[in-house]
Design a binder for this molecule. Structure first.
Ligand code: PLP
Length: 469
């Protein structure tokens, strides 16, 4: 039975830059690009570009300049902190917003700034992005809570490990939404459990913040979130900013890990008096334009309404899961039931029987004008688990990979939605995957062993006709 696309309830396409930009295909035609790689980075909001265009004539150094433009820029930069605090429901009296490059940097910063005793355990999960796993491995014993075969958090294991490691647990750190399956975590319930054990919780909101409301809640709420990290480039503001939000007290106890200009109140040849928050933790000249961009994006998302965005994305996921199920030989990982679309953000990982994920992704790009991603998405343990790879097989490809050959690297293709995607985008994806399933593609794709990428032989991509430096 054919599945007809529903009428969209939200249309934000006019608010996003570059959506109808034609891109070249292998056969020489041009088609409007379908971006289904939003979990990696989103295109910019027009509101962000407009605000930057209005701001740039007044852009200047912040905090130490005395001229009008410095005062204006300082006001905008400080206000950006307040808007981001409001975006995540942080109490600005007790919390600080620290701007940095991205989520990865924010987590690394917290890993350095939390005082962790030598025996500390950081309790995380098997579904984390490497950025919420590796920074902790340098600083503590990291214990991974198991996930169920389809990739949901195994909360019984969470409870057991929290109890088992008892007072050694210094932090619980979980992703708000998985970048592989899109599964949303019960973050407030986990917060309640962590707090009952006297442990703070960090939520990696890189994937959650563009799709769902984030609410840290007041500090005396047992379900409050202690720390939040996020990235602007996943929130329609790709100008190099991320944020770490958390209690000022965490950072006021110690000097910052990066020291230098901007981090101090007084310096003598022998003494240093560190500044208050957030200056203490924003060493050097900050990315003022990036902060303004993030704040405008956060405000725009709030104005549209995060619940409205969530409802629209749920419709897209439902429709995509329904349609993808009709493609013969296609396997979706994680949640496959369209009726449970509300349990995840719009990230759908899949494989097509008999074809490498690298090749499928390449064909979608070169012959369909569709941007997706393939591989393990910086979440190797989770993807290996979802693929149900026997350890012997997994260790063989790890050895091959370490020897410089990625050709057998396991993985999946990931289609991920932003708030502006529509049912036509899903149709384009499904139709193209159907074509590939029928063998209806034309490029002579050759594998590059070192990267795992498939490139169409004899094709010179006309990149420079579109943009070049
Ligand atoms: C869940 C999650 N955490 C962390 C990150 C790292 O974000 P960034 O690359 O912006 O530092 C990502 C990026 O994909 C992510 O999806």
């Amino acid at each position: 039975m054919a599945i007809s696309s529903p009428t969209p309830t939200l249309n934000l396409r006019a608010q996003i830059v570059g959506l109808d930009e034609p891109v070249p295909l292998l056969d020489g035609r041009q088609v409007p690009y379908v971006n289904l790689d939003n979990a990696a980075s989103t295109p910019p909001l027009k509101a962000v570009m407009d605000a930057l265009a209005r701001f740039m004539p007044y852009y200047s150094s912040v905090h130490r300049g005395t001229g009008f433009k410095s005062r204006l820029s300082t006001e905008a930069y400080d206000r950006a902190h307040e808007i981001v605090a409001a975006f995540v429901g942080a109490d600005p009296e007790t919390n600080t917003v620290i701007f940095g490059k991205n989520t990865t940097e924010a987590i690394n910063k917290l890993a350095y700034r939390l005082s962790l005793p030598p025996e500390a355990v950081v309790l995380t999960t098997q579904m984390e992005h490497h950025s919420n796993d590796l920074p902790w491995r340098q600083r503590a014993e990291v214990v991974h809570v198991a996930v169920t075969p389809e990739g949901r958090l195994d909360e019984t294991d969470f409870d057991a490990k929290l109890a088992q490691y008892g007072e050694r647990v210094a932090l619980v750190t979980v992703t708000g939404a998985s970048n592989v399956t899109g599964f949303l975590q019960p973050i407030h319930r986990l917060a309640r459990k962590a707090h009952a054990a006297g442990v703070p919780i960090l939520v990696d909101a890189a994937q959650m913040a563009p799709h769902r409301p984030v609410d840290m809640r007041p500090g005396d709420d047992p379900e409050h979130l202690d720390y939040i990290v996020l990235s602007a480039h996943k929130m329609y503001a790709p100008f190099g900013t991320g944020a770490l939000i958390g209690p000022k007290t965490t950072f006021m106890q110690q000097p910052p890990e990066y020291t230098g200009g901007g981090t101090v109140d007084v310096v003598t040849l022998d003494e240093v008096h560190w500044a208050g928050m957030p200056d203490r933790d924003e060493a050097g000249s900050p990315n003022v334009a990036g902060a303004v961009a993030l704040a405008v994006a956060a405000q725009t998302l709030l104005d549209v309404g995060m619940e409205t965005i969530a409802a629209h994305e749920e419709e897209l996921i439902t429709y995509a899961l329904e349609r993808l199920q009709t493609v013969s030989g296609l396997k979706v990982y994680g949640e496959t039931d369209p009726a449970r679309a509300h349990e995840k953000v719009g990230v759908i990982p899949f494989n097509l029987e008999g074809i490498s994920h690298f090749l499928l992704a390449a064909i979608l790009g070169y012959e369909g004008g569709i941007g997706v991603r393939s591989g393990c998405f910086c979440a190797h343990p989770y993807v290996v688990h979802l693929l149900d790879l026997p350890e012997a097989k997994a260790s063989t490809w790890r050895e091959q990979l370490l020897a410089g050959d990625k050709s057998n690297m396991p993985g999946m293709v990931r289609a991920s939605f932003g708030c502006y995607n529509n049912f036509d985008d899903v149709d384009r994806l499904v139709e193209m995957v159907e074509r590939v399933a029928r063998g209806d593609y034309h490029g002579d794709y050759r594998l590059d062993q070192a990267t795992g990428e498939y490139l169409p032989a004899g094709y010179e991509e006309p990149l420079a006709a579109y943009f070049a430096l």
